[in-house]
Design a binder for this molecule. Structure first.
Ligand code: 13P
Ligand code: SF4
Length: 344
């Protein structure tokens, strides 16, 4: 199938399905895919949208698997499809439920005043774990609000799986470095002794997004500032804390877009996140701003979604990949997801 044929099929299917079909897409999707999305957003906006869609029966999710899973849990009366089931997220796989249960057992023997929070970029089992243990999900767009909510309930937080988002959020809330500990699941007792666990306000899991870390290096910020004096720099909070510290701002993909919109005409801005999004922002704002990538970084998993695969999905839903989460896991995960939506 050629790209033009695929586009024609999608157009026809969208007409046939009408309001029964909604195509959701993440900001990291290619322009070709974005052209057919009814709604584009960051993880938080897409979760909200999925939970609020009224008419549709079918959702085609153009993003990575955990996002489609989240949509299927929040829109459980709809059939959610992903055009490529192999579009995973390496970060989401970095917290293994058995390692997490082990850590939880050790830590809760020391203190019960702790809230488990999982980044939405995690497995559905992790979300269910948080649901079962009075915890919550967060995204990069609401992490600080969710942390604040947790600190009103308990003294400590354990945050899975992205150490960088966790540290960047904790630091931005003024939590001192010596009260942030990191649990390394490959080491006995996570590599932490009882004193370190007792002292910590935030315990981070040792996971990371390979697109944002260590790729977006602090030296990249220095280099763009030297080359383009006066340039603004904004990065995604999955980047290294030092990179974030040297930047002017950090934010989710939607927050990055809002930041760019707020800049006065003629400003230069370097964006540290996935290139598909940066390049689209560059094109969309080309008359007003000079937008450059802090560095060109790509998410190969997001790129698995293509117009050809969307066309195949819509052509035969029986053969397409429908995202289904077992009922028990979905029920527990939904508790943690809905807690998040209520907070922010
Ligand atoms: P956002 O929620 O900021 O869109 O981020 C999702 C993601 O996967 C970033 O790598
Ligand atoms: Fe996962 Fe990173 Fe890709 Fe986002 S950019 S989907 S966190 S691998």
């Amino acid at each position: 199938m050629t790209t033009d044929e695929a586009k024609e099929i999608i157009r026809q299917k969208k007409t046939t399905f009408g309001k029964r079909l909604v195509i959701l897409g993440h900001h990291y999707q290619s322009d070709k895919v974005v052209e057919f999305c009814d709604y584009i957003g960051d993880s938080l906006e897409l979760a909200r949208k999925a939970s609020a869609i009224a008419d549709a029966e079918v959702i085609v999710f153009c993003g990575v698997y955990f996002m489609a899973e989240t949509a299927s849990i929040l829109a459980s009366d709809k059939a959610v499809y992903i055009p490529d089931a192999k579009a995973g997220c390496p970060l989401a796989d970095m917290a293994e439920p058995k390692d997490v249960e082990n850590a939880w057992g050790i830590i809760t023997d020391i203190t019960r005043s702790i809230t488990p929070i999982t980044y939405v970029n995690s497995s559905v089992e992790m979300k269910a774990f948080c649901g079962r243990n009075s915890g919550v999900v967060c995204t990069s767009g609401n992490a600080a609000r969710v942390f604040e909510w947790a600190f009103k309930r308990t003294d400590k937080i354990i945050f899975f799986p992205d150490k960088n988002l966790g540290r960047n959020t904790a630091v931005s809330m003024g939590i001192p470095e010596d009260m942030i500990a990191q649990w390394d699941p490959s080491r006995k007792g996570g590599g932490l002794d009882e004193e370190a666990i007792a002292k910590a306000k935030v315990i981070l899991w040792n996971g990371w997004c390979p697109v944002h870390w260590p790729g977006l290096d602090p030296s990249d910020v220095g280099m763009v500032r030297k080359k383009y004096p006066g340039i603004k720099v904004i990065v995604h909070p999955e980047a290294d804390p030092k990179t974030v510290e040297l930047s002017d701002a950090k934010g989710s993909t939607a927050q990055i877009l809002n930041y760019v919109r707020s800049l006065p005409k003629g400003t230069g801005v370097a964006i540290g996140t996935e290139f598909n999004m940066v390049d689209r922002v560059r094109a969309d704002f080309s008359r007003a701003l000079n937008v450059i990538p802090l560095k060109k970084v790509f998410c190969d998993d997001m790129a698995r979604i293509t117009v050809e695969k969307i066309a195949l999905t819509l052509s035969d839903l029986d053969k397409a990949h429908r995202v289904k989460v077992p009922d028990k896991i979905a029920t527990d995960a939904k508790i943690a997801l809905e807690a998040m939506l209520e907070i922010s």
